[in-house]
Design a protein around this ligand. Sequence first.
Ligand SMILES: C[S@@+](CC[C@H](N)C(=O)[O-])C[C@H]1O[C@@H](n2cnc3c(N)ncnc32)[C@H](O)[C@@H]1O
Length: 202
Amino acid sequence: VVLDSQERRKLDERDDRTFYDGPRYVTHVDEGFLDRLTDRYASLLANGDRVFDAMSSHVSHLPDYEFERVVGHGMNAEELAANPRLDDWFVRNLNEEPELPFEDGSFDAVLCAVSVQYLQRPEAVFAAFGRVLAPGGVLVVSFSNRMFPTKAIRAWRERDMDGRAALVTAYVDSTGLFDEPSVVRERPERDPFYAVVARRRA
Ligand SMILES: C[S@@+](CC[C@H](N)C(=O)[O-])C[C@H]1O[C@@H](n2cnc3c(N)ncnc32)[C@H](O)[C@@H]1O
């Protein structure tokens, strides 16, 4: 286990469902960040991949590839229904139910964009990410310094960007399912671009 019980706490402890009740058709980081994210996906993904976009919304930031299947997950059904890249999607509160409804090895890529700070049981969720990835499949967890502060866990709020990268790396390592993760750090004009990238162990 990476976090103690205090580090999992949020300032707003109310059910996350209440917070995500209404759709938000916004982007949560600046365009420099999103361009880098799409570029990174372009270099790591390929035509024909089966992609899972965890903690998604109305946008998935994917390059213009022909994927075999893109499945999205999030908290707001209206946002997910409006996302043009998703073939299929479901709503699930991962803080209550961290498992994923897929067979082992169902995906070539698992993506989690600017959302990891909201997970209160990240070890269990990352174990599920690893389980649903095929051997050699890639996990891409991106983040910046923006967040809904009342909904981010304490461990995230009290760390700087490199501390957050170390935290996400520890989530990955705690599963025992991935090769050594790499950390991407780029500094666009405003919102710093960070991504932890890890391959499912063969
Ligand atoms: C800042 S948005 C990012 C959405 C999307 N990945 C993007 O790039 O625009 C945070 C997302 O985290 C997800 N999320 C927050 N709390 C969650 C929870 N308890 N369980 C599952 N997903 C959650 C929601 O889907 C929400 O849309």
